[in-house]
Write a protein of this length. Structure first.
Lengths: 362, 203
């Protein structure tokens, strides 16, 4: 800070003491720099594919953060005069800032901050994930178990996922192994190829680590803790809750589509909707995000369980269609504006197949 | 106040720090520190829920970078005018103080106008407070900031009116300085929001 015009400061004792050297020219200079930085920030984002094509996403993120921190400090130092003012003010403000920044760091350590991950992900992968829809990763509650899955993994840098991994369990619970239905045991090491996520009803928080243990032990014949198994167990893979859903009751296994609808229609209402349950399922867990409230398997969550025999607003195709079109009180949004008529018919078919499943299963 | 940090003050500052006027400034800095934490919580919440909305509209669908850059620039320039206003009142230059203070309030109102336009546009596009996580966290964060700006505009206008009601003394310079601290703080919060909410979204 150059001592420029000291002009008339003398008539104000306090000002002369604290603000010598702060001239209008200096303030104009600071304002111009701030304006220029704002333009550079704008250009970094707006022209990132042309002017700044040499910079990676991570570099652009770095510069954006750096520039805004520079602006922040300039305003605090020169406009708020913290630089010239009493250190007590600096002390109080800095401790507030430390707590504030600490809060931000704590939050980003506890949760996945998407923008940090995106900056390190190639553009085409982001586009792919956006196109296919994120909900497969179980948006709201999924990040714990998502350490295992493709979609979320591409969004989260490995340094972050590492932090979310749970400690390796010491005891391998026999019940956990038995969760795997006998029919589902297929070739080893294919957990990631199954395309599904390990959604465990009560052990969702167990995340990937238990399955990691299962896979490791199945390959090496040893439990993670080093206890040898009597004989190498057969390769284990995870149940794929999405693929089997419409076809779960044995009676319906022949043709998952139509028969499921018919069974559900006979049970829950008077008519089948004629839609394609498989397409409906894709919408359910994908684009429309129904799974966010009703659960990946329709088993309920924030929203009601769709797999039981109970229909709050009626289980016939017309009622479900009405529910989808116009929503219901208590949180069910109207999807009439978002989904096409055909999509709603497919969804109705899928939802009916869920309801039939629970009723006939028990 | 001097008992708070006995070792810190140079001798010539001690007399100022022992006046009740300096207390008001200290209180403002403490308030700003607490407001920092408040906004950190809101920004943190926004970032944590970012990308987790199950239904649209999504941020990249509706956020408008050029428009927001202009409103950011307007707010920055209002901060600059605030400095000039403080400079003027320190020199007892009341006409210039009135001009710059009116300028700050005017630029602040323009910023609020941009925000009202933005909010109305978003609601028109289907983004409401209840629509999705993006809507809830975005409106809470930027709305809270907008309330801060509104309070700042009213505060500055009240100082402007005061200058017509009674003659301003150099004592009032401290009142202006404190209002200025608040105004600059609102500005730096927006600097962070502009980066964290708007710019980063489009990387």
């Amino acid at each position: 800070m150059a001592k420029k015009t000291a002009n008339d400061h003398a008539d104000d004792h306090e000002a002369a003491h604290k603000h010598e050297g702060s001239s209008i020219g200096f303030y104009i200079f600071i304002a111009l720099v701030l304006g220029a930085i704002t333009y550079v920030e704008f250009a970094l984002v707006e022209y990132q594919t042309t002017w700044f094509s040499a910079l990676s996403s991570g570099a652009i993120l770095f510069w954006l953060i750096a520039l805004s921190v520079v602006k922040f400090i300039m305003v605090v130092m020169f406009f708020m005069h913290l630089q010239q003012d009493d250190r007590t003010f600096t002390g109080f403000f800095t401790s507030g800032m430390v707590i504030a920044v600490g809060t931000l760091f704590a939050l980003s350590a506890l949760f996945t901050v998407r923008s940090l991950g995106v900056a390190q992900t190639p553009q085409e992968e982001i586009a792919k994930v956006r196109q296919e829809g994120l909900p497969e990763a179980g948006d709201d509650e999924g990040h714990a178990e998502a350490a295992e899955g493709h979609a979320e993994e591409t969004l989260v840098p490995s340094s972050l996922t590492h932090r979310f991994e749970y400690p390796t369990p010491k005891v391998l619970n026999e019940d956990i192994i038995n969760l795997t239905p006998p029919g589902q045991i297929i070739a080893g090491g294919s957990v990631q190829d199954s395309g599904g996520y390990p959604v465990m009803q009560d052990a969702a928080t167990a995340g990937g680590s238990i399955f990691e243990v299962l896979r490791e032990s199945s390959e090496s014949g040893q439990i993670a803790g080093g206890i040898p198994l009597a004989s190498p167990p057969p390769p284990i893979t995870l149940p794929d809750p999405f693929a089997q859903q419409p076809a779960q009751p044995p009676a319906q296994q022949g043709q998952p589509g139509q028969e499921a609808v018919q069974a559900a229609g006979a049970q829950g209402g008077d008519e089948s909707s004629g839609g394609d349950p498989a397409a409906g399922e894709a919408l359910f867990v994908g684009a429309l995000g129904c799974a966010g409230c009703h659960g990946q398997d329709g088993g309920g969550g924030i929203g009601p369980n769709l797999t039981d025999a109970e229909w709050i607003y009626g289980g016939d195709a017309a009622s479900i269609s009405e529910t989808l079109h116009n929503g219901r009180p208590g949180g069910m949004p109207a999807f009439g504006g978002q989904a096409s008529e055909e999509e709603i018919v497919d969804l109705v078919a899928y939802v009916q197949s869920l309801g039939g499943q629970g009723a006939s299963g028990e | 106040v001097s008992s708070l940090a006995p070792g810190h003050a140079p001798a010539e500052h001690a007399e100022h720090r022992s006046t009740p006027l300096a207390d008001r400034k200290l209180l403002m800095w403490i308030f700003l520190a607490s407001d920092c934490m408040f906004f950190a919580a809101l920004i943190g919440t926004y970032l944590v829920y970012n990308g987790r909305s199950l239904v649209g509209p999504y941020p990249t669908d509706i956020l408008d970078i050029p428009l927001t850059t202009v409103s950011t620039f307007v707010l920055l320039m209002s901060s600059f005018l605030m400095v000039l206003a403080l400079h003027a009142i320190r020199l007892n230059d009341i006409p210039k103080f009135r001009l710059w203070t009116l300028g700050v309030a005017f630029f602040g109102s323009i910023f609020l106008g941009f925000q009202v336009y933005e909010f109305r546009h978003f609601v028109h596009e289907g983004l409401t407070l209840q629509q999705n996580l993006f809507g809830s966290t975005f409106f809470t964060l930027t709305g809270t900031h907008g309330v801060h700006v509104t309070i700042g505009v009213l505060w500055l206008l009240s100082l402007l009116i005061l200058s017509y009601v009674r003659p301003m003394s150099s004592q009032d310079a401290l009142s202006v300085e404190i209002a200025g601290l608040y105004w600059h703080f609102v500005d730096i919060v927006w600097i962070i929001i502009f980066t964290a909410v708007y710019l980063v979204e489009f990387i």
